[in-house]
Design a protein around this ligand. Structure first.
Ligand SMILES: [Zn+2]
Length: 311
């Protein structure tokens, strides 16, 4: 047994892929009319940022109301080329009929269509349209189309937040103000001419947040950076170059009395059975690795539950 130090790689699986969500991510489409220029990477990037900001707005507002950072998820933007010229899209139904991606149905599917090169869609500054029959008990599952013209950039954030609210069945409130902010679902939308609106001045009401929480369609989204992390754990507690029975004994005693060694192997603030298990696993692995023909450096990959953000 030659090895000096034993590395234990712990792979935290936090990923929401382990959980089944019935709510599909929002499909995001850039609709390029036949005579509108193909959007640049920067343009698509900035629309992606708009989606992220509105996603964060819902998370922080739900959290403010005590429901945790619940929000929607969404897919990367697909650029779709329409068959008609911009001026011929006189109704959003033409987009629905032309697109293979947008489907009517009862799948809770929301589509956000950024309508390229225009400041309005069929005479509206934006719209939210149910894509199913008007049967009351079906409306909660109804697919929904949101169209946001890309040229209304100064109001695009509150516009999108408002229309996404409608897609989740929120209505216009009577009261306009929530403390010193404007209810994002209020109509007409709060706009200051010539000023680029951020979501700082807008809020989600307690009533709407409660409705969204009870509906269960929003959930805490994991940052991709959080989902996989590798950490290195040193199980050679007495630093004698081996992970063996002595290290196990030191950790075992560290569970009941204060130890001069660092016995908190997983760095969670306490020395307990979890730390002992890590050292034992490493010691057994070291014995297995001690056969002369085997390479001295081996890794153990263990899978463990990480902590979920439950704020
Ligand atoms: Zn509205």
């Amino acid at each position: 047994m030659k090895k000096g130090r034993f590395l234990l790689l712990v792979w935290f699986l936090l990923s929401h892929s382990l959980f089944v969500y019935s709510e599909p991510p929002i499909e995001v489409i850039y609709w390029k009319s036949w005579d509108v220029q193909t959007p640049s990477q920067d343009e698509i990037g900035s629309l992606h940022d708009v989606m992220v900001e509105v996603q964060s707005f819902f998370a922080s507002e739900m959290d403010r109301h005590g429901f945790g950072e619940k929000t929607f998820s969404f897919k990367d933007i697909d650029v779709v080329e329409g068959r008609r010229k911009l001026r011929d899209y006189t109704s959003h139904w033409i987009i629905v009929d032309e697109s293979d991606l947008i489907e009517r149905g009862l799948d809770n599917q929301i589509y956000v269509v950024f309508f390229g090169g225009s400041g309005h869609i069929a005479g509206n500054s934006a719209l939210s349209q149910q894509l199913c029959g008007n049967i009351p008990e079906q409306l909660i599952y109804c697919n929904n189309l949101i169209v946001i013209p890309t040229e209304s950039r100064h109001i695009i954030l509150p516009l999108l937040a408002h229309e996404i609210g409608h897609a989740f069945s929120l209505d216009h409130p009577e009261q306009r103000l929530i403390a010193n902010r404007v209810d994002v679902m209020h109509f007409p939308l709060h706009v200051i001419p010539g000023v680029t609106m951020t979501l700082k001045d807008f809020a989600l009401s307690q009533k709407d947040a409660t409705f969204l929480n009870e509906g269960g369609r929003l959930s805490v989204q994991q940052d991709s950076q959080d989902s996989n992390q590798e950490i290195e754990i040193d199980t050679d507690v007495n630093d004698d170059g081996y992970t063996d029975l002595y290290d196990c004994l030191i950790v075992r005693s560290g569970m009941s009395v204060e130890s001069s060694y660092d016995t908190d192997i997983n760095n969670d603030g306490v020395t307990n059975i979890l730390d002992l298990m890590l050292v034992k696993a490493a010691a057994f692995e070291a014995i297995a690795a001690a056969a002369p023909s085997k390479p001295s450096q081996r890794k153990i990959i263990t899978t463990t539950w990480g902590k979920l953000k439950t704020r």
